[in-house]
Design a protein around this ligand. Structure first.
Ligand SMILES: *Cc1c(COP(=O)(O)O)cnc(C)c1O
Length: 223
């Protein structure tokens, strides 16, 4: 993609996000736009950075390790978010590489992340992924297990900043965004990471603080 294309797409997206945030019951600031950059080559990431994007979400620790360390060095303003499922054997690498981890979803991951943070002296922001659709194959804690998991994190010395969800494909996402918003209010959590290319305006209406946009921003991906 040419620099001018990505710059104009970014401009349009930011405008839409600002408008959707103004259409809330309680109008507020536009959510932070994360470029969901899985499967995108380094040249695309560089073009997005030149166009002014500073927040990026990657799904796999290994792919991010190949793409990001040099870009992070060259662009200190970049914030890198892990938005894909985390395995406990990758926790140390994730804590070393990412500024925000959106996908905390079980006790074993809390233990591994807490241990890595203590060893490395790093403090990434943390969100809990909630499996709002209670899909068997999907990552995330079920809504009714959220309270106990938050208490477990607190006991482990970790502060959770918010919640993240990926609604079931082919279903109306609005009830899932509404549920995530309700849970965040119930547990007094600030950040709501929700909304992708197909539904970011709806997610914003429901109070998203972070939207994760891939194809709409970068075009089709290779993986
Ligand atoms: C790929 C991905 C996105 C972006 O999806 P698009 O539909 O391409 O915008 C957002 N969130 C997560 C967790 C993803 O895996």
């Amino acid at each position: 993609m040419k620099d001018s294309n990505i710059a104009s797409t970014l401009h349009t997206l930011r405008q839409e996000l600002a408008e959707a945030a103004q259409a809330r019951l309680q109008p507020g600031p536009a959510p932070t736009l994360l470029g969901a950059s899985k499967g995108q080559p380094v040249e695309m990431l560089e073009a997005a950075i030149r166009a002014g994007l500073t927040e990026f979400g990657e799904n796999r620790v290994q792919e991010a390790q190949m793409k990001w360390p040099a870009l992070q060095q060259a662009n200190p303003a970049v914030r890198l978010h892990l938005i894909g499922p985390l395995q406990s054997n990758k926790a140390a690498e994730a804590v070393a590489l990412f500024d925000v981890i959106h996908t905390i979803d079980r006790e074993k991951i809390i233990d591994a992340v807490a241990d890595a943070m203590a060893r490395q002296g790093r403090t990434p922001d943390l969100l809990v992924q909630v499996n709002t659709g209670e899909e068997a194959q999907k990552a995330g804690v079920s809504p009714r297990e959220l309270g106990p998991l938050l208490r477990y994190a607190e006991a482990a010395g970790l502060t959770m900043g918010g919640l993240m969800c990926v609604p079931p494909a082919d279903s109306n996402p609005a009830p899932h965004f509404a549920l995530l918003q309700k849970l965040a209010a119930e547990y007094q959590l600030r950040w709501l990471s929700m909304g992708m290319s197909g539904d970011y305006p709806i997610a914003t209406r429901f109070g998203a603080t972070h939207v994760r946009v891939g194809t709409k921003l970068f075009g089709a991906r290779s993986a």
